[in-house]
Design a binder for this molecule. Structure first.
Ligand code: PLP
Length: 424
């Protein structure tokens, strides 16, 4: 019997990975299936950590299922696009009309669409490092070349617009900005955004602003929409209900076009074409948009005494109790990106550190190396779980590090955090 020929896979996929759901996630799944415990702090899914959506949002979908069986128009239902346009006008983007809004099955669908409409083979896109890896992967899948610009841990994880400008070539087409940032939790200030907008303006680039965490801000931190800094530059602002309304499973997001009315007209036509190829976004989930945007319940979670604020503070305090673990406190989103000092611990590279953490301690967190070119020793943890889960996670991380302490390097760190409670 001849064996069937091996199926050759697309070359364009080499180098494409999405670590948050990659091989490590598969190993975590296997452990779970084998009855072993896994403490997962890998995914930014609020619903999975006891932070459910508002009941009205769920009801809006349920009450309209009967009318949601057919396709909608390719960019989405008029009332949902209208609600998104109104939302952004309320944020100071006064020119946004419903026709500037494209709905989609999450930012994860719209980001690749927007890149397919833009890129020819080997065109370059500037992407922050660390990155939310969907962006790097989407650029590669669209035939482009990701070029990362570093965000500096020593400067609160902000990038330097001058450095961004130096990376522009005659193949550069767009700049991605993720603000508030995943994984660092940094909220880039106006002057950094103005600097990046200016690079785009001078070089005729498109701005791709992933602002899905715009509602998650701590301690009065202000978020400036990138489009506000560049009303004259083609800018796509991405957002959605996955985080804001805590319904990632419904798959509903949008991109909003600004600065596209003159030179951006051809691009809008290209976007219309690729958007229509997928027929339409998920219609039941579009029913949630207007109701979800009329509810503003994230401030209650992120302000003093709010669940997200308490959990972020608690995790930062626990991590600060581990010698040699340094964390820049996040001012937005719901991640921390600590660095483990490598002269204190024998750790190997980030991938092996994360794999050993999973196999020795059942703790599943994302290695920094899978979030773009970043200095070694970083890990991404979600701040979403309740305090007792965070206690357990940091206890496991501490136990793991203790076993790798370089001889005579520092005081013992083994400590159980089981009884830690966040101050109210
Ligand atoms: N953009 C960023 C920065 C994210 O962190 C995530 C999910 O974690 C997404 C986009 C994906 O969003 P969606 O659920 O709308 O596809």
């Amino acid at each position: 019997m001849t064996s069937s020929p091996r199926i050759r896979t697309a070359e364009k996929l080499s180098g494409v990975s999405y670590s948050l759901r990659g091989p490590l996630a598969a190993q975590a799944e296997q452990r779970r299936a084998a009855g072993q415990d896994v403490l997962a702090l890998n995914l930014g899914d609020p619903a999975a950590h006891g932070l459910p959506p508002a009941r009205e949002v769920v009801r809006a979908v349920r009450d309209h299922l009967d009318e949601s069986c057919g396709y909608s128009s390719a960019a989405g239902l008029p009332e949902a696009r209208d609600a998104v346009a109104q939302h952004y006008r309320g944020k100071g983007l006064h020119t946004v009309r419903p026709c500037d809004v494209y709905l989609g099955n999450g930012v994860s669908e719209l980001a690749p669409l927007s890149l397919h409409a833009l890129l020819d083979s080997r065109d370059e896109v500037l992407i922050p490092a660390p990155d939310y890896p969907m962006w790097t992967a989407s650029v590669v899948m669209a035939g482009g070349r990701p070029v990362h610009y570093p965000c500096d841990e020593a400067s609160a994880w902000y990038p330097d617009p001058g450095d961004v400008a130096r990376r522009v070539t005659d193949r550069t087409r767009a700049i991605v900005v993720i603000n508030p940032n995943n994984p660092t939790g940094a909220v880039w200030p106006r002057e950094v955004l103005d600097g990046i907008a200016d690079v785009a303006r001078r070089h005729g680039l498109v701005l791709l602003a992933d602002e899905i965490y715009a509602d998650f801000l701590y301690e009065g931190t202000r978020h400036t929409p990138l489009a506000q800094c560049a009303p004259d530059v083609p800018c796509l602002t991405f957002g959605g209900l996955s985080k804001r309304s805590r319904i990632p499973g419904y798959r509903m997001g949008w991109t909003v076009l600004t600065g596209c009315r003159g030179a951006g007209r051809d691009y809008v036509a290209a976007l219309d074409t690729v958007a229509s190829l997928r027929l339409c976004p998920n219609v039941p989930a579009q029913r949630a948009v207007a109701v979800a945007l009329s509810i503003d319940d994230t401030a209650a979670l992120t302000s003093a005494g709010g669940q997200l604020r308490l959990r972020r503070d608690h995790l930062c305090r626990l991590l600060a109790g581990l010698p040699g673990v340094h964390t820049v406190k996040p001012h937005g989103a719901f991640y921390v990106f600590p660095r483990i000092t490598r002269d204190r611990y024998r750790l190997g590279d980030d991938d092996s550190m994360a794999a050993h953490l999973l196999h020795e301690e059942g703790l599943f967190i994302v290695p920094g190396s899978s979030l773009g070119p970043v200095p070694p020793g970083h890990l991404r943890l979600v701040t979403l779980p309740p305090p007792d889960v965070l206690n357990e996670a940091v206890t496991r991380l501490g136990r793991f590090l203790e076993r790798r302490r370089t001889p005579g390097s520092q005081k013992p760190i083994l400590r159980r955090f089981a009884d830690e409670v966040p101050p109210n």
